[in-house]
Write a protein that binds this ligand. Structure first.
Ligand code: GCU
Length: 693
């Protein structure tokens, strides 16, 4: 739609330097898409597609496979040295935009990068043609940019079709089979290409019996999904079960050091690549929440990952091995076990043992995608391993796409976190640096590969708005853009999304969307679990408040509230020792309640309700204040929407209205249950005398 502003332009696609024979199946498919996209643009917005030699306003040119980074390219990120380093360091794709004499030329070394360059022009609209002359090179910060679908082929009796999915059914499967009509999957791929995502894992990490067979019996059907994504340069990955050699292959063991097991995985991989030449690789959740893994054979996770890595290596494949490993059958009475410690304890000692084509995929926090938790210390502990950051675009713990909760600001904080330096240290190494191969002491192979990249659980389903809540689309958009440049400002990203989604949005609509969404993650935090303590959600589906819901369960997610205080003591001095997993300065910053940031206080410390925060109020008064404020902010969101709803299509207006009403109902429920719980526990009244039940 942004092209409307550039209507009437002449567009040319110059592919004269392309030797189709040099390209793989993926690139050849994308070549056709480029032509289609240009034709589509002129059909919608006017103009003409002309011969490349006819001096058009916009030329896209494929330069051939060598020389991805023209020497004269300047950075558009204001960080030219860093950008050049990045381009030199890893096999990153990217494109160059040259604007001279009113003519714009986009060049790239691969069709997929050229497509990304085209979408960049689309995003800029008229501005792509009217800015100052110059050369800009854009390359994605993360070489691997992936969305994981937790989709089941069958509808699972407890989890439904899409585990933690809040946007209807799967776009890939229906009624126990791959959908006959996969046109929506191709549209999805187009959406992904427009935000720069180029890998998708197509089934749940909890691999049930039916889904395990995607790897073998269903390969022709999986190949159809790959074919539907391919025209937009998106390649597929599969989640596989570590027990597959037994459950699918009939072997007596899945021991990763067993020769027959190794051979089984090699054969399985050979068959996959025969069916899908541009297949990406495997995703594995092992020894976690009931999934099988190498522990059953006394092997560790490097042994487990490497057997799959060996099988996929001849095909250039990857293994995304998840670090989400912990004991989910914990005894709640045992205060010495700390789930937060688990990933580090299992994985940090294995640094240097993983094959070069293994990516260890690490959840952003040590627990489980909570609205607020500390950054995982694993990200600072494995310089000789390709580490990927794992985020949830799907809003499991952030309102399940019934609540408006824009996650861009949060991801910006996570990506910008400086594990080895204080929060104020400008230019220090960040989490984004680590996962793009620029962490301190990174091994040469990690640097060469550009690290392990960024992955996230998708929020897309067969819902008519794709994401349930129309505003949840902004999260998908921001995620893709941040994989290209983790330093992008979340507010500016939201602005881009508004421009592309509501073309010609009035200033009032734009303001209202910012008013509703900019601070919505912090608003959500205010009316839910306080000060980083986490959970307090209803067990099972994880929606709505249940303060003690997980308190006496085996899941290892406790808050330990009693009449005197609340929080988890994770200090070295008196607690679980988890703070010791961080490098300085954080191991000390978090160790003392005097220096621990307020928002994480209860994640690291058990304190009395009367403990005074840096903000100057007591813990219990903070709970009351934030829960009242959170509801007031949702009330303001509802009012704000009513002022502008008439400006958007009725179906969008109505869906947002319905969701905001539910968000308000839910926020009130959270406020009243949390406030009442703490009033009853502490006996301390609200300083402002507001109603607590
Ligand atoms: C969470 C989520 C599960 C999921 C798991 C995972 O625990 O609730 O549904 O399987 O994360 O990341 O593997």
């Amino acid at each position: 739609a942004a092209l409307a502003a550039a209507g009437g332009r002449r567009l040319a696609l110059d592919l004269t330097s392309v030797d189709a024979g040099r390209h793989g199946v993926l690139d050849r498919a994308v070549l056709g898409t480029l032509a289609t996209e240009l034709e589509r643009a002129v059909a919608a917005h006017g103009g003409a597609v002309v011969a490349a030699t006819d001096s058009p306003d916009l030329t896209l040119r494929l330069t051939g496979l060598a020389g991805t980074t023209p020497a004269d390219a300047t950075s558009v990120r204001g960080d030219s040295a860093g950008e050049a380093d990045r381009a030199a360091a890893g096999p990153h794709d990217g494109f160059t935009v040259v604007r001279a004499d009113g003519r714009v030329t986009v060049t790239a070394a691969t069709p997929t990068s050229l497509l990304h360059g085209w979408f960049e022009v689309v995003r800029q609209g008229e501005a792509a043609f009217t800015g100052a002359d110059g050369v800009a090179h854009r390359a994605p910060a993360a070489a691997l940019r992936m969305l994981d679908h937790w989709d089941n082929v069958d509808v699972h009796p407890v989890m439904g079709q899409v585990e933690r999915g809040y946007a209807g059914g799967s776009i890939f499967y229906d009624a126990g089979v791959v959908r006959a009509d996969l046109s929506r999957v191709t549209t999805y791929a187009r959406l992904l290409a427009a935000v720069g995502i180029d890998r998708v894992s197509i089934n749940n990490v909890n691999v049930h019996a039916r889904e395990a067979r995607l790897l073998t019996d269903d390969l022709p059907e999986v190949a159809r999904i790959a074919a539907a994504l391919r025209p937009y340069g998106v390649r597929i990955h599969l989640s596989v079960s570590f027990a597959a050699p037994m459950t699918l292959g009939g072997l007596a063991t899945s021991d990763p050091l067993d020769e027959d097991v190794r051979a089984w995985w090699r054969d399985a991989a050979d068959r996959v690549w025969e069916a899908i030449p541009d297949f990406g690789g495997f995703v594995v959740k092992a020894d976690s929440e009931g999934q099988p893994g190498p522990f059953a054979y006394g092997r560790d996770h490097a042994d487990g990952a490497n057997v799959l890595a060996e099988a996929v290596a001849p095909h250039g494949g990857l293994v995304h091995w998840r670090a989400f490993v912990y004991n989910h059958t914990q005894d709640w009475r045992d205060r010495s076990t700390d789930r937060a410690r688990a990933a580090f304890d299992h994985f940090a000692p294995l640094d240097g043992r993983f094959a070069d084509n293994v990516v260890v995929q690490v959840k952003h926090g040590p627990l489980d995608f909570q609205t607020r938790e500390a950054v995982s210390p694993v990200l600072a502990a494995m310089p000789r391993t390709r580490l990927a950051l794992e985020l949830q675009v799907t809003q499991e713990y952030t309102g399940q796409q019934r609540h408006a909760c824009y996650l861009g600001p949060w991801w910006g904080e996570l990506l910008g976190f400086r594990p080895w330096d204080g929060a104020a240290a400008e230019g220090a190494t960040t989490v984004a640096d680590v996962v793009t191969g620029h962490g301190p002491d990174a091994a040469p192979a990690v640097v060469a590969a550009g690290g392990g990249g960024i992955a996230a659980v998708s929020n897309v389903g067969d819902d008519r708005f794709w994401t349930g809540h129309p505003f949840a689309q902004a999260n998908l958009y921001a995620f893709g853009r941040l994989t290209w440049d983790p330093t992008l400002d979340a507010t500016a990203l939201l602005d881009e999304w508004v421009s592309l989604t509501f073309p010609g949005a009035s200033p009032a609509l734009r303001d209202a969307l910012h008013g509703i969404l900019d601070g919505s993650w912090r608003t959500y935090e205010r009316y839910t679990a306080p000060l980083g303590v986490g959970f307090m959600v209803r067990p099972g589906h994880h929606y709505g408040p249940d303060v003690d819901g997980y308190e006496y369960t085996p899941w290892g997610t406790y808050h330990f509230a009693d009449r005197d205080g609340i929080g988890v003591d994770r200090t070295r001095a008196t607690g679980t020792g988890y703070t010791g997993q961080y490098p300085a300065p954080w191991r000390d910053v978090y160790e003392s309640p005097d220096t621990c940031p307020d928002e994480l206080l209860l994640f690291f410390h058990h304190v009395p309700y009367t403990h005074v925060l840096h903000s100057g109020v007591s813990v219990v008064q903070h709970v009351y204040d934030t829960h009242f404020a959170g509801v007031e902010q949702v009330e303001a969101m509802v009012a704000r929407w009513e002022e502008v709803a008439a400006e958007v299509p009725t179906d969008v207006a109505d869906r947002v209205r319905e969701r905001l009403a539910e968000q308000l109902r839910s926020a009130v429920e959270w406020r009243d249950q949390v406030n009442t719980y703490f009033l009853r526990k502490s006996g301390i009244p609200d300083a402002h005398g507001r109603t607590i039940y």
